[in-house]
Design a protein around this ligand. Structure first.
Ligand code: ADP
Length: 403
């Protein structure tokens, strides 16, 4: 069974074709700069095998349909391709950012589901329209093939009301659906279940704190295999300090800026999403650059690292209190997998709570699931590479299996 995974953004389409027999990747690619004068399409066929081939082209990609068509042409190319025909694909799994309160699980996309994804556009105005574009293109190109939506928010739909409500006038929840939704759900769910398997406990009784640190950062408290709280909120801005996003701030800062700094709400929103976080503090948003700057004596870069890791620690403490018993903590995504200093500073000082990192095990970039805590640590700490494409493909396989 071959499953195509599509992550359609406003000007890009990321795709991966997996053979679900052994979960191997047949092809992986990215179409970028859709709608610009020159687009880029890059695709690696048969990665990791002797016949691996990377194709890179620069040409205009006017729209998503053209971009997806180019990708399919590469996959089905007579000489180099990995499938004979586009109908060799058993299902297409789509990453959809916002399922609102409508979706608790991955779903086969029909007219009703499309309408519900459209209804949720106001909740994710940048993401859902691009996801919808990707679905429409795939429906056209793969007519008759089941299309499955896998939502970033679905895993968090088990969060109880006391954790998802903001203490705002209740009508805002009823009328505007303002509440915590959480994001990165596919990643949190994937590493939580991988971790349960590695620790050797059934997911149904497994308590874990999953820490996804990439450009976007979030932490989730998983109790008995289910998300019970998460740091991202109504939008992907709340919680941890991210590359360019502030995470938690005093909500009164908005009013202060409007009254005293002549900023309108658009400018404030832009600042909190694009000019804050690590970048706001030190001008750099890539953790690799921040370490280089620290080595060169840049004190602001050091401050950015301190602020981010302190916030991480605060949330670990909060989620330990939420869970009571914590079996494991998992680090994942770009920073979580690669940055031993961020991991160390995040958990440093939590030894009295039974969390003891092994300095030697921690001192590496994580390429495969790795235990990072000492044998005596009450809470196991793991680094587990996230794999959202595989997670989406597994979800899609499960959905068509149930049909
Ligand atoms: P996204 O959230 O866009 O999926 P990733 O999970 O790929 O992002 O994470 C990207 C971030 O990971 C980069 O901005 C960088 O800060 C960090 N990163 C990647 N490689 C390293 C590394 N070797 N050391 C430290 N940080 C890294």
């Amino acid at each position: 069974m071959k499953i195509l995974v599509i992550n359609s953004g406003s000007s890009s389409i990321k795709f991966q074709l997996l053979d679900m027999q052994d979960e191997s990747v047949l092809a992986s690619g990215l179409v970028e700069r859709i709608g610009e004068a020159e687009g880029i399409i890059k695709c690696t066929l048969r990665p990791g095998t002797d016949s691996e081939l990377t194709i890179k082209k620069a040409e205009a990609v006017p729209d998503h349909t053209t971009g997806m068509r180019m990708a399919v042409d590469l996959l089905t190319d007579k000489q180099q391709g990995v499938i004979a025909d586009r109908l060799d694909i058993s299902a297409v799994g789509h990453r959809v950012v916002h399922g609102g309160e409508d979706f608790h699980a991955p779903t086969v996309i029909d007219a009703e589901v499309m309408a519900a994804i459209e209804k949720n556009v106001p909740l994710a105005p940048l993401h859902n329209p691009a996801n919808i574009d990707g679905i429409r293109v795939a429906q056209e190109l793969f007519a008759g093939v089941p299309q499955i939506a896998v939502f970033d928010t679905a895993f968090h739909q088990t969060i109880p009301p006391h954790a998802y409500h903001y203490a705002l006038p209740y009508e805002l929840y009823e009328k505007e659906r303002i509440r915590r939704y959480g994001f990165h759900g596919t990643s949190h769910k994937y590493v939580a279940s991988e971790c349960a398997r590695l620790v050797g406990k059934p997911l149904e009784t497994f308590n874990v704190i999953t820490i996804h640190l990439g450009n976007g950062c979030s932490m989730t408290a998983v109790k008995n295999g289910k998300s019970v709280d998460t740091s991202l909120g109504f939008t992907p801005l709340e919680g941890l300090v991210m590359g360019t996003r502030s995470g938690d701030v005093d909500p009164a800062i908005h009013a202060f800026l409007a009254r005293n700094c002549n900023m309108d709400i658009e400018a404030i929103d832009q600042m909190l999403n694009k000019e804050s976080g690590l970048k706001g503090l030190c001008g750099l948003n890539d953790m690799r650059d921040i370490h280089e700057a620290i080595a060169a004596g840049n004190e602001r870069a050091r401050l950015a690292l301190e602020v981010q890791t302190y916030r991480n620690k605060k949330y670990v403490g909060a989620f330990m209190a939420v869970l009571g018993r914590v079996d494991a903590i998992v680090f994942t995504a770009g920073i979580g997998e690669n940055d031993e200093i961020v991991r160390w500073k995040t958990l440093e000082g939590l030894e009295p709570f039974g969390i003891v990192l092994d300095p030697k095990a921690n001192d590496q970039r994580i390429k495969k699931p790795t235990l990072l805590s000492t044998p005596g640590s009450l809470v196991q700490v793991w680094g587990i590479p996230t794999n959202e494409e595989l997670a989406i493909a597994r979800e899609a396989r499960a959905v068509i299996g149930r049909q």
